[in-house]
Design a protein. Structure first.
Ligand SMILES: [Zn+2]
Length: 164
């Protein structure tokens, strides 16, 4: 079975923030838990400014397989510290630093998606989106379940995040 990954939202370049245009589609296999293999048809988009190609690919789930998103966001927000080792599913220090690196590396990409979703679905104005404000920073400071919210938004719109 082939799953078509597509979204009608305008996508923005995770590197420079410009809009992306459709280029072509390619097939990719992904191994799911339980050794189930799925094939995805993925759109490739090209940035109208820097020319970089981006794939719309939902494989960002990999780094989150073992832990609940509230543990991850707790670590990222500094609520869960390496010394709180009272819980069984407590991630090790190396895992925690991986998550911090992932968020730093994916910050622009996340903001690109949030801008795209904000424009198409939430009716944010272009002035707001071009103001240089980080929607990710805004979300993080306003709701405790920010990570679940952005993952749901991005995943539901057919988007992807890179894993480091
Ligand atoms: Zn670009």
């Amino acid at each position: 079975m082939i799953f078509l990954i597509e979204s009608n939202a305008i996508s923005y370049c995770p590197i420079c923030g410009e809009s992306l245009i459709y280029r072509d589609s390619c097939e990719r296999g992904m191994l799911l838990e339980g050794r189930e293999r799925r094939r995805f048809l993925i759109r490739r988009l090209k940035c109208s400014k820097c020319g970089k190609l981006h794939r719309e690919l939902p494989d960002f789930l990999a780094p989150f397989k073992q832990y609940a998103t509230e543990i991850i966001s707790g670590v990222l927000d500094g609520i869960v510290q390496p010394e709180d080792e009272d819980s069984v599913d407590h991630p090790c220090e190396k895992t925690m630093s991986c998550w911090h690196h992932w968020l730093m590396a994916d910050q622009l990409r996340i903001d690109g998606y949030l801008k795209s979703i904000g424009y198409c679905l939430l009716g944010f104005s272009e002035e707001l989106l071009n103001s240089g404000m980080s929607l990710l920073t805004e979300l993080r400071s306003s709701i405790p379940e920010w990570l679940e919210t952005i993952l749901r938004f991005i995943y539901n719109s057919g988007g992807f995040l890179v894993s480091v």
